[in-house]
Design a protein around this ligand. Structure first.
Ligand SMILES: NC(=O)c1ccc[n+]([C@@H]2O[C@H](COP(=O)([O-])OP(=O)(O)OC[C@H]3O[C@@H](n4cnc5c(N)ncnc54)[C@H](OP(=O)(O)O)[C@@H]3O)[C@@H](O)[C@H]2O)c1
Length: 284
């Protein structure tokens, strides 16, 4: 019997991974790690083992990974703390003799200029030094980030960004969860996957798909990075988040979110969801 642990299991990606795992292995072989186990009572009812663990609490991680063979480490969301937190998980995995670990990193982590990349790069390096058999699952931006909350853009007839004609190789969380579950069950170790969606798109393509599925004319308005940050602040985002998103958009315009290797569909065994379909689903 093999036991599979999923960290960050209460999150949006984690829950989708649990759903995929339930299709592949017995519920009792799945260990879902949660800061608050009550948040996963629906999965406990299905027979999943839910164990308490906090990335900040090495003793809890050590206890939660007892008897676990394979681990999916889903990156946390406490930006600035994650190198140390992920290191705690890796240390606990090592202590417990885990035979395989997959980590959700970011596209092109070693060379990416995106502000969020350094902590992923740091985690990849910790993993290498730890000497645990592992695969790196480098993830693009979720399509979900773009298709949620389209109503104001449709009303204004405009979508703003700083990406110019840059191409985005996003993938839906659901497709990434399928890839992550496939790695958790079958990954051999030694691979660095760049898990981009099969088709890439520009912001003009995106606006055209929004127009098509909403039935309202929506155009893409390209701004400088500074102006886009102001637009985001005007929409209510805190300045540091606005700056980070504007920088990401600008860098996407220079290829930082592009990858055409189609590794995600090969790993998951199914084609990825085109952005137009994600938009259609989001607009109901
Ligand atoms: N590619 C992208 O576009 C993108 C976008 C957003 C995030 N991400 C990254 O991908 C990860 C998964 O995405 P998501 O959409 O599932 O994010 P999410 O819904 O915010 O889930 C984050 C998960 O991390 C857990 N977590 C945070 N701090 C923790 C700690 N100290 N100890 C244990 N667990 C902790 C959360 O647990 P609680 O339920 O206890 O809070 C939650 O389960 C994110 O955490 C982030 O690193 C990627």
């Amino acid at each position: 019997m093999t036991t599979y642990a999923v960290t960050g299991a209460t999150g949006k990606l984690g829950r989708l991974v649990l759903d995929e795992m339930l299709e592949k292995v017995s519920p009792g072989d799945i260990v879902a790690l949660a800061r608050d186990p009550a948040a996963l009572s629906d999965y406990a009812m299905k027979g999943v083992q839910v164990r308490q663990a906090d990335y900040d609490d090495p003793a809890s991680l050590d206890a939660a990974l007892k008897g676990v063979d394979r681990v999916l480490l889903i990156s946390g969301n406490a930006v600035g703390q994650r190198g140390r937190q992920h290191g705690n998980v890796i240390e606990a995995a090592k202590k417990n003799g885990v035979s395989y670990l997959a980590y959700t990193s970011i596209l092109n982590a070693r060379n990416s200029r995106l502000a969020l990349a350094p902590e992923h790069k740091e985690t990849e390096e910790i993993l290498e030094k730890a000497g645990i058999n592992h695969d790196v699952l480098r993830m693009p931006w979720y399509s979900d980030n773009y298709v949620g909350g389209l109503a104001p853009a449709i009303e204004q007839g405009a979508i703003y960004g700083a990406a110019g004609n840059g191409r985005f190789s996003t993938a839906s969380r659901a497709d990434l969860a399928a890839g992550a579950a496939a790695a958790l069950v079958n990954g051999q170790g030694g691979d660095i996957y760049e898990l981009a969606g099969d088709q890439s798109w520009t912001m003009d393509d995106f606006a055209a798909e929004v127009s098509k599925h909403s039935g309202k004319p929506v155009k893409y308005v390209n701004q400088s990075e500074a102006d886009f940050a102001k637009t985001l602040e005007g929409a209510g985002l805190p300045p540091p988040i606005a700056a980070m998103l504007a920088s990401t958009s600008y860098l996407a315009g220079h290829g930082e979110l592009y990858n055409d290797e189609r590794q995600l569909s090969r790993l998951s065994g199914r084609p990825t969801t085109p952005i137009g379909e994600s938009i259609r689903q989001a607009l109901g």
